[in-house]
Design a protein around this ligand. Sequence first.
Ligand code: ATP
Ligand code: MG
Length: 527
Amino acid sequence: MIHQSRFDSVNIPDDVSLTDFVLSKVHRHRDKPFMIDSADGSVITFGETRQLIHNVVFNLINEHEFGCGQVMAILLPNVTLYPILYLGIARSGGASSTINPLYTDEEIKKQLITSNARFIVTNTANQEKVLKSITGTSVEKVFVIGGDSSKNTLPISSLLKDINVTHLLPKNVKNPKKHIVCIPFSSGTTGVNKGVLISHYNIISNLCQAEVYGQVTDKDVMIGFLPYFHIYGQILIMLQSLYSGATIVNVEKFDFDVFLKLIEKYKITHAKIVPPVMLQFAKHPNLDHYNLSSLKRLFCGAAPLSGELTSIVHQRLPGVDIVQAYGMTELATAVTCAESHKARDGSAGILMPNVQMKIIDLTGSDVEGYNKEGELAFKTPSAMLGYLNNEEATQSTIVDGWLHTGDIGYIDKDGYVYVVDRVKELIKYKGFQVPPAELEGLLLKHECIQDCAVVGVPDEAAGELPKAFVVKKQGHDLNEEQVISYIAQHVNPQKKIRMVQFIDSIPKSATGKILRRLLRTSQVSKL
Ligand code: ATP
Ligand code: MG
């Protein structure tokens, strides 16, 4: 059974580069701030951004002979130059390989080798680490923001310098459907992360699909704290805002109090967040110390967000629309999104335009009907071309044009999609499958619990036992028995929590995911 989107199909241009597409409406708001740096208050307008992108394209092609089929790595926090470099690389015909700036030199080296990067751009804070990482890779040039020509690096001015020519930039992206624009890496939540081949057309598609919702417009002020190296921040904050005329306030390092202050100071209207931030909105004691009246929408994705948590935040922020979206790096980015808070709490929304979905059961057959769980699979114009250097993984993920997500979910009769958990995370208790996300949602409702995570621990008799890791709220006391009996009141006996461990904090990735594999191996500090 194939589920179709409720929306009419949207037209997706297939004859334009990502850069030209994203800049297509800039003339309407040339002098408006595009990015504001929250650290020093500096501002760059839409018009200046476009000019600098064109400089980068010209300088890359003419000064550095860079272009089609070549890769340039970007290792930067969320800075104003990020979209400029990214879209400059794209328009030159090359591709970006975006790297987590917290990586060690060994991790950087690995990504440089896998993506066969010819150049890398970084900032002075990361310069030493990057220089260490490039030995034994194919990197020829290191550009440094804030750097000079010393230490085997090139200053960023060699990419940004003004071009005094009026002739048009060459048309280097001839087939946007097949031309790779970036090679982001998945989050590595379940194991080794994978490089994903994304075309110009893939991203243009997702921007067109998201536009139908009208959630990001030139009236919006967004907050840019989710990392631009990851697909979510990259497409749905950095590029969607530039395309739509929304201003972004960039944040390099996340702190919830600072985040609230910035909402107040810059009158943020729309915040794209991840469940750990939603948790803070639910549990932070002093939300009312800040004037958050400008905030119209919280948009949440990247990991399961329970209906329980959503409704707590609804009560604390009654005027704010809370919408959830679901996606993955391989789907560049989202395939479902809610239109407004009228959507059911806990649902990841409805299928975006031009998206088809089917649900596959454990035997590999299509699930018929509604409210029945199985693995979600999608067809969408934003789906990746394949994994980098991994034909086997590509073949097993894209089968007959359907991209298999590895996530369990279901759809109701009205078209709302619910993502239950990852297939890999399901706890197998005596032949029953227990989704940890469901138990986590219940635990977070408890007034003494600040944060939690549930994993399966091996057990000879049962296969696996659901174990909860719990962070107590400050000033509250709670024991193992109380946690176990609280959950037992809410779920059927197979889903009961069998063990509890109290810890200081739950390990999470920069992209908002619980790192359950660390909990399984007990690499956590005990109370
Ligand atoms: P890796 O594939 O390397 O293990 P990852 O899957 O976490 O890492 P991403 O591509 O960043 O890497 O994340 C996509 C995954 O995030 C999805 O497959 C899904 O498990 C989860 N996810 C995203 N949005 C939602 C959502 N709204 N609800 C539940 N899960 C979500
Ligand atoms: Mg994944």
